[in-house]
Design a protein around this ligand. Structure first.
Ligand code: DGI
Ligand code: FE
Ligand code: FE
Length: 193
């Protein structure tokens, strides 16, 4: 944990480091609430680790992200190559695995998919996706208070709200949308919200 924090402090901006700590402890709290283990703190620890590492590649320049993908057979879509910041999850998982010897697939997938989500996410993947959106130092966005409550009441409804608000935000901004973000929304969309 010490080694990871040292790396993050060196490679992230101050604000991004603060955000990362916020995601780690929000994810830990959500893991307490939803802990699938009947005993032990393993799941909490996984949530903390995934939270700490989810943005570890965020401040890397785009050429380097693409180079790391190319050199290590990490596949990416044309859309991702045109919007390489979307690759910080995949590259982050690569760093977690190679630099910090994280071999837990669930942690690696949670890092990989934290930006766009994906259909049928695991509990840990959802926790990281949501904690990223609701952590305390996040700048205010519409309905944040409601989503913070939902996160601890109904995790799939929180997913739906975050995805629908993110899609709205991207549409208003005129940003192109990755098909994975759309597909994830279709998966979590329900009719009763
Ligand atoms: O890395 P963070 O800023 O903590 O959070 P993140 O990895 O979720 O990235 C957030 C940004 O990603 C947010 O501004 C919305 C954007 N995003 C999510 N899905 C898509 C997207 N941007 C584009 N262009 N297309 C998407 O489908
Ligand atoms: Fe991110
Ligand atoms: Fe983040």
């Amino acid at each position: 944990m010490k080694k990871i924090k040292k790396y993050l402090k060196k490679h992230l901006t101050k604000e991004r480091y603060q955000h990362t700590l916020g995601v780690a402890y929000t994810a830990t709290a959500m893991a307490m609430k939803y802990n699938p283990d009947t005993s032990g703190s393993g799941f909490m620890r996984k949530a903390e680790l995934a939270g700490l590492l989810h943005d570890c590649a965020k401040c890397m320049d785009n050429e380097k992200k693409l180079r790391i993908c190319d050199e290590n057979d990490i596949s990416y879509s044309r859309f991702e190559s045109e919007h390489p910041y979307l690759l910080h999850g995949k590259v982050g998982a690569y760093i977690a695995r190679t630099k910090f010897e994280i071999n837990d697939e669930d942690i690696l997938q949670a890092i990989t998919w934290h930006t766009t989500g994906r259909p049928d996410m695991s509990l840990l993947e959802k926790i990281i996706f949501i904690a990223d959106y609701i952590e305390p130092s996040r700048k205010p966005v519409p309905e944040l208070d409601l989503i913070r409550k939902l996160a601890f009441e109904d995790i799939d409804k929180a997913m739906e709200k975050i995805l629908s608000n993110t899609l709205k935000y991207l549409e208003v901004k005129g940003s192109p949308i990755d098909t994975m973000t759309q597909t994830t929304y279709q998966c979590y969309k329900s009719t009763d919200l």
